[in-house]
Write a protein that binds this ligand. Sequence first.
Ligand code: PHE
Length: 350
Amino acid sequence: MPAYDNPLVAELETVRTQALGELDTMSDLTDLDAWRIQYLGRRGALTQVMRGIGQLPPQQRPEVGQVSNDVKAILEAAFDNRVDVLKQKRLATTLAQEQLDVTLPGFPVSLGRLHPTTQILREITGIFADMGFQVYDSREVESDLYNFELLNIPPYHPARDMWDTFYINERVVLRTHTSPGQIRAMQAFHPDPIRVILPGMCYRYEQVTSRHEMMFTQVEGLAVGENITMADLKGVLENFARRLFGDNRRMRFRCSHFPFTEPSVEVDMDCFLCNGEGTGCSICKESGWLEILGAGMVHPQVLRNGGYDPAVYSGFAFGMGPERITMLKYGIDDIRLFFSNDLRFLEQFS
Ligand code: PHE
């Protein structure tokens, strides 16, 4: 006599033992799926056993239903459990394989770089340092007095139209040029001789286009002393242009007007791309010349405003835009690139 007098219950027990035995040996999640279909699926072993229920005497049938439910629950729980075990195992082996290998080379650290304007400013200040000019820092928020009046530009004078100005109020402005630094340097150093450059940010109430920004840098230069002449100005600027753009550069001084210099000039350099030839050149627009700065001899009234007696002292001053110079040097056609923080642009200047 078998242990069970109900043959289907005996069969269910066999299925149970066999299924659990197989499950224990399984190590692959896809095998597990096949197992589930084989035992618990719609045509699986459990269902097959239940098919025979009609052949049993009625009093034995409920027991089969009961046991079949129990076995099903046991197999399902064992299946879930096995899936968990295998998943844990797989995780553990991947983690073990991913262990930190301290002998591997590290990731390269990406190095920052200087903004093109900073680079050109350093180049410019370096060149002038070699000629004995020191850097003098002056404020960006200026008074109307220093930005205009002490530079010989009275209120309501038409010369003010040269600078579109951000007024903070009637007396305070964002400096429209670095020239107010001339007065501040003179007032700080008089009566000693001066050789300074003043690099820094300027602001103008301008419509922003590819050629105009509402903020930009300028480098002002100022030399004051006895017997300083226009020849000194020319020599300094020529030396500067040759250091920055090459030994063969020639300069052209054109008459101009600034209220704080007399005489005033606009200074052009022969085009470094076409060597002044002009024909077909995109940088100088076929003119052969590039305008690089404004300059002149410090106006007697401006010297006086700075504390120097124009009968004894004279001086020269110049002002240039480093962004413009960088644009010329590298053929950049849009000044907005300097402030738009586009890495594709910035990364080209290493
Ligand atoms: N400040 C003038 C400008 O911004 C440039 C300049 C500086 C001209 C010094 C002469 C002397 O246009």
